[in-house]
Design a binder for this molecule. Structure first.
Ligand code: 4NP
Length: 167
């Protein structure tokens, strides 16, 4: 398959998007596609730049065999829309903030993550930061489901002219 790149984005880049980065990377590796699909994550805020993921996110992912400890927070920037084929927002607030970084042509790269989740009754990955640890397994369930759908989408949709893929 032709190479693709995916950027997951939430607010702080310490809970949802690093979890998505870790889950999606593990899925890509399990399918033997690590050389073809580049994965990264970022936050729309600058609040946690350089920080590791939240300890609750690290622990919830560890229980599913996924190591997030090497990840560090960074802020999403306009250049991400020229460098990534897919910019995947966790919720509407982050989607709206990201849309301000994109040109009209690049806006086709922006998606809500749960658009790719089969049978999901939610369209946003809820922010687990202010809740208890119980929010994190639910976030993982949503992310695992949507990751399968996103990867299938990437594998089955041909690159459009200019490197963009449609949905
Ligand atoms: P995330 O969660 O966007 O999933 O990383 C949050 C992390 C930190 C804050 C809010 C949400 N915060 O207010 O610092």
């Amino acid at each position: 398959m032709s190479p693709a790149s995916v950027l997951f984005v939430c607010l702080g880049n310490i809970c949802r998007s690093p979890t998505a980065e870790g889950v999606f990377r593990a899925l890509v590796e399990s399918r033997g596609l690590a050389d073809s699909i580049h994965v990264d994550s970022a936050g729309t805020s600058n609040w946690h730049i350089g920080e590791p993921p939240d300890p609750r996110a690290i622990e919830a992912a560890r229980l599913r065999g996924i190591d997030l400890t090497d990840l560090r927070g960074r802020q999403a920037i306009a250049r991400d829309f020229s460098e990534f084929d897919y910019v995947i927002a966790m919720d509407h607030e982050n989607y709206d903030n990201l849309s301000r970084l994109a040109t009209p042509e690049q806006a086709t790269k922006l998606h809500l993550f749960l658009e790719f989740a089969e049978g999901a009754s939610e369209i946003e990955v809820p922010d687990p930061y202010f809740g208890g640890a119980g929010g994190f397994p639910h976030v993982l369930d949503l992310i695992e489901n949507a990751s399968e759908g996103l990867l299938n989408h990437i594998i089955t949709s041909p690159l459009e002219k200019g490197g963009q893929r449609g949905i």
